[in-house]
Design a binder for this molecule. Structure first.
Ligand SMILES: Cc1ncc(COP(=O)(O)O)c(C=O)c1O
Length: 354
């Protein structure tokens, strides 16, 4: 991701390198460290209230080493072996494999243009990516958000809301996070800085329901004590200095241009075989390729790779890959519009050779 404000981040990082963390009381020091750097948590609290309609106490925010750790801690806190977890189908592999590794039974629920259907079965937990369903890109409708909350209330279940790339909405106003719609305290909200800044930062956060706070804090302490303090302090200064909000605005414009280049290029392929969905938000789009068998799709991916173009099938994200449609995933955030146009011309050439 070129042209991100790496310099301002590095400056913030450098200014903390030689200043040890001080605290007046040993107890407060441990709490502050384990739960995350307080100024960073305050910055996140303000950001979430302003941009996502998530209103929480700062005490509910736990800094984690990437939202993957947030998923892992959530699974450890909430699940016993044999518990049922509702997952979108197709779903994010990083979540699916965490639930599986703890012996949970997955209950896949299909996804349509309005996001995941409302589950029909009881479960301990539902995992959703409502802002930009991974990988289809569908946005969970307000009606379904409310139905999911009603389902959770009925079955005494929790909902994990993975809001991994909600900062990037190109068309229309974003829907309020599910967390902001709840009446009872059942939503675990996950956020990450990997998408909006850079993946190597390995910082994310969990907004934890009050009743689960002691368990999450204990799980975090057992897992890795705390996330890297130096990075947290630099990030807090970065947010406080207004760089974070600026980065979001700048990146939204830049990624929007890249998305437009992708959509225009795919629409120009004669016969319009690529039917794109889920491009209103996020950093990737899914395109169904009409008239191709699974074998054809594999050949297309191979021919594109021979030309130096990386496109990926949606198949691995389906619990039953045999049911997956012929569809390709296009990540566009890190590729300049010219390179996108060039890549699509090569993809088109590969398509003609099928
Ligand atoms: C659906 C989803 N959730 C979360 C993440 C981010 O995880 P992390 O913050 O651990 O990098 C990703 C990254 O690709 C993702 O696709």
């Amino acid at each position: 991701m070129t042209r991100l404000p790496v310099t301002s981040f590095r400056r913030a990082h450098g200014s903390f390198s030689f200043r040890p963390c001080r605290s007046t009381s040993p107890t407060r020091k441990v709490r502050n460290i384990r739960e995350g750097w307080l100024p960073l948590r305050r910055g996140i609290q303000a950001h979430l209230a302003r941009s996502r309609g998530v209103h929480c106490d700062v005490a509910q925010i736990l800094i984690v080493s990437g939202s993957q750790q947030g998923l892992d801690l959530s699974a450890r806190v909430l699940l016993d072996p044999g518990d049922t977890v509702v997952t979108e189908d197709p779903q994010y592999l990083g979540a699916r494999e965490v639930f599986r590794s703890l012996g949970a039974e997955l209950q896949p629920v299909p996804v349509d243009d309005e996001g995941m259907l409302t589950p029909g079965v009881p479960a301990r937990l539902a995992y959703v990516t409502p802002s930009h369903q991974f990988p289809t890109g569908a946005v969970l409708s307000l009606r379904r958000r409310l139905a999911l909350l009603a389902w959770a209330d009925r079955h005494d279940a929790y909902v994990i809301e993975d809001d991994y790339d909600s900062e990037f909405r190109y068309d229309g106003a974003p829907l309020r996070a599910i967390h902001g719609l709840q009446v009872s305290d059942r939503v675990v909200y996950l956020g990450t800085f990997a998408k909006v800044l850079f993946p190597s930062i390995r910082l994310g956060y969990v907004v934890v329901p009050h009743a689960l706070l002691p368990a999450y804090r204990g799980a975090k302490w057992l897992s890795d004590r705390h996330s890297a303090t130096l990075e947290q302090r630099a990030l807090a200064a970065f947010i406080e200095g207004g760089h974070f909000e600026r980065t979001v605005r700048m990146s939204r414009t830049r990624y929007g241009e890249r998305r437009d280049a992708l959509l225009r290029g795919l629409a120009q392929v004669p016969g319009r075989p690529f039917e794109v969905s889920g491009a209103a938000t996020g950093l990737h789009a899914l395109a169904r390729v009409s008239g191709l068998s699974r074998g054809d799709l594999e050949r297309l991916i191979g021919l594109a790779a021979d030309r130096g173009v990386g496109v990926y099938p949606a198949e691995p994200y389906y619990l039953n890959p045999a049911e997956a449609p012929a569809a390709l995933l296009f990540g566009f955030a890190t590729i300049a519009p010219d390179a996108i146009r060039e890549g699509l011309a090569l993809l088109h050439e590969a398509y003609r050779r099928l």
